[in-house]
Every structure is written in C-alpha cells, then in structure tokens.
Ligand binder design. Structure first.
Ligand SMILES: Cc1cc2nc3c(=O)[nH]c(=O)nc-3n(C[C@H](O)[C@H](O)[C@H](O)COP(=O)(O)O)c2cc1C
Length: 192
C-alpha cells in the first residue's frame, strides 16, 4: 500500500529539501520503497546521500506548497539522531531511513530503504474530504506540464466543492494557492 507523506533530504549545499512523496509501506513500517522520477531533486539527493526522513502529516497546506517547491516559510526542523537529516517537528509521525538499493534503469527509479529510527509526535487529524482534495490537487499541480488544460479545469471543478463543504481556512488557502498556480501555469504554457 502507498502512504502519501513528505520526505526530507539534503541538497548538495546541505539545504533541507521538503518534498511530498508516496512510498510503498508494509504493515510493520520497517521498509519504505520510494518511486521518484529521476528528474526530481529528491531522487538525486537519495542516491547521493543514501538517507532521509519520511513523515506522515495532516498538514495539507505544507504538502501543497512543498509539491510546487514554494514554501512560504521553512517548517520547524529537528536534527535526526541516526541519519544525517532533518525531522519536520510538526508532523504526526516520522521515519528516518537509510537507502539499501537503487534501481534507476527506468524514468521512475525504485529506491528501497530501511527505517532506522521512528516516532509518533502527535495524533493524525483523521479523514477529511477537503484534505484529500488538496492532496489530489497537489498531485495535479506537479503534473501540470503534461496535462490537458481542459482536463485540469474539470478536475479542479470536481475537487472544489469538497474543499468548500468540508474544509477549514487552511484547506481553502491551500486549494486556492494550487488553483492559481495551475491556472497561471496553464495560461503560460498556452501562450508559449
Ligand atoms: C501526495 C504526493 C505524492 C507524490 N509522490 C511522488 C512519488 O512517489 N514520486 C515522484 O517522483 N513524485 C511524487 N510527487 C511529486 C513530487 O512531489 C514533485 O514532482 C516535486 O516537485 C519533486 O520535487 P523535487 O525536485 O524537489 O524532489 C508527489 C506529489 C504529491 C503531492
């Protein structure tokens, strides 16, 4: 099963990179299998450093901004003990891991990792359709270049009522941010 969350890795200049990713996990959470596109900086970081921290969070506003690499403020970070990496202090759970193998023959690599340290910091909020809609919109935002504008608008029209009916201010802000990002990007590509 895939678990959507946020991975932190270290860039070459030691800056912390915060990226949404959905690894495959097993019930005991001892292993994480990431499938990053080789074009992503997270792929390059995992391959170069061989370590990182995966987080489970209900903060969809952070997921939205991290997906398009537009964090407004860097989240609170705590250094991990057993890996050279950083924990998002406000996440619900985290898993510090080491890379065991990298298969990168295809455009989407398979990176198999072993969890070496983990903790639960706080409870997960729970199911909420607005939060899910923001996660879907964040995934769309990362695919905006390869999507048809009409398809994009249809998807946004389908997701918008979920955010309006069941979300709070954070979900509404995150959705509006992603919508603006996608529609201005779509407009740019149409002109270019
Ligand atoms: C919920 C969610 C899950 C994602 N899962 C993956 C994934 O498994 N593999 C991947 O390559 N990109 C995934 N993405 C897209 C990346 O987050 C996105 O392409 C990002 O811009 C890559 O950033 P980077 O270049 O900083 O690593 C996901 C995005 C979201 C919102």
């Amino acid at each position: 099963v895939i678990l959507e969350g946020i991975v932190t890795t270290l860039d070459e200049d030691a800056a912390v990179r915060v990226t949404p990713m959905g690894p495959t996990v097993e019930e005991d959470f001892q292993r994480l299998i990431f499938r990053p596109f080789k074009t992503s900086r997270t792929f390059r970081n995992l391959k170069r450093t061989g370590q990182g921290v995966f987080h489970v969070t209900d903060d969809v506003e952070l997921i939205a901004h991290a997906a398009v690499d537009q964090l407004t403020t860097l989240p609170r970070l705590v250094a991990a003990q057993l890996v050279d990496g950083f924990i998002l202090a406000d996440a619900c759970r985290w898993y510090a891991f080491r890379v065991e193998s990298v298969q990168d023959e295809s455009p989407r690599a398979t990176i198999s990792c072993r969890v070496v340290e983990s903790a639960t910091e706080r409870e997960f909020f729970g199911f909420n359709r607005a939060k899910h809609a923001v996660v879907e919109a964040a995934i769309l935002a990362t695919r905006v270049q390869i999507m048809d504008v009409r398809e994009l608008r249809d998807e946004l029209r389908r997701l918008a009522p979920l955010v309006q009916k069941t979300g709070g201010p954070a979900e509404r802000r995150a959705f509006a941010f992603l919508k603006d990002f996608m529609l201005s990007d779509a407009a740019d590509s149409a002109q270019g």
